[in-house]
Write a protein that binds this ligand. Structure first.
Ligand code: MN
Ligand code: MN
Ligand code: MN
Length: 302
């Protein structure tokens, strides 16, 4: 938790506590946007970007809640895309949320997810589970279901004994329900974010389980496409990952970002304002991405 508490440290210069990656019920998070903002405020987060998967639907509620609890909200989104055979996530920070072409592309992206969900259900029709898309959607809390949600729905309907069995028989690699998501190329989503006035940031680079060489190729292609930021600190990475990414970020002259990728409360390894079990904080040698927002975020008094 960030240690700034305005009641305890009246003369203490308030520190920034910046978290630029998290999810609400508008995608696969468990807290509503308002609940998320309240939790961020409790945890001492001063600047939060809501970055739901392929949707801006949570932003209006988040903005109202941010005003109520005194947290500075930054518009955000996490867009899925394709690079070589990998699905890659690009966070768009400080995007304009009233940009008609961008909104149309985001709608298309959401529709891609629904089309895939319907196709998965079609492919599993022989299991004779009625209303499978609806059941999977319920498992996803009302947002677009992915394969884990279909697995849960199949368990609930008694078609399989466990999620593992659902994957082994019906949803895993090479099985009928293994429908590849249809995502646009990396360069396209980077261009969309730039056109909407935002900053494209390559999300959780260590999560793709790539070799260092391949990851450097990805970062090079991302940067050539106009990508500007690298998520250097996030949950679920090691100190070695952090130093590798910090070096890569500095060497490529990218702006550094940090975010918890918070989805739900109760996970000790992932909390708002934190990453790697400590307060989010970038190595001093890196250039923070938030200095490059349309309204730059600066250290108070600094
Ligand atoms: Mn997610
Ligand atoms: Mn992601
Ligand atoms: Mn995420």
């Amino acid at each position: 938790m960030c240690d700034y508490n305005p009641r305890r440290f009246v003369v203490h210069k308030p520190d920034l506590c910046v978290d630029l990656h998290c999810h609400s019920t508008a995608s696969d998070g468990v807290l509503s946007p308002a609940e998320l903002l309240a939790r961020a405020a409790e945890r001492g987060v001063t600047h939060l970007a809501l970055t739901d998967h392929d949707t801006l639907a949570g932003l209006a509620e988040a903005r109202q809640a941010a005003q109520d609890c005194g947290v500075h909200l930054i518009n955000g989104i996490e867009l899925s895309c394709q690079w070589r055979q990998h699905t890659i996530h690009v966070v768009g920070l400080d995007v304009r949320d009233d940009d008609a072409p961008f909104l149309a592309r985001v709608t298309q992206q959401t529709e891609n997810r629904w089309a895939r969900a319907r196709l998965i259900a079609d492919r599993l029709e022989r299991l004779k589970v009625p209303d499978l898309v609806d059941r999977a959607t319920a498992q996803a809390g009302g947002s677009v279901p992915g394969r884990p949600h279909f697995a849960a729905a199949l368990v609930e309907a008694g078609a399989v004994k466990s999620p593992a069995q659902a994957f082994k028989r019906h949803l895993g690699a090479g099985k009928p329900g293994d429908v590849r998501a249809f995502w646009p190329p990396l360069e396209d989503v980077v261009a969309w974010i730039l056109e909407a006035g935002g900053v494209p940031v390559l999300a959780h680079p260590r999560k793709y389980k790539m070799t260092a060489t391949r990851l450097r190729d990805l970062v090079r292609d991302f940067q050539e496409a106009g990508g500007q930021g690298l998520e250097v600190m996030t949950s679920g990475q090691s100190p070695a990952d952090l130093s590798f990414l910090a070096d890569l970020c500095e060497k490529r002259g990218l702006w550094a970002s940090q975010g918890s990728d918070f989805h739900f409360p109760g996970a000790p390894w992932c909390e708002l304002g934190q990453g790697m079990g400590q307060a989010l904080r970038l190595p001093d040698r890196l250039e923070p991405v938030w200095r490059h927002f349309r309204a730059p975020v600066v250290q108070p008094g600094g």
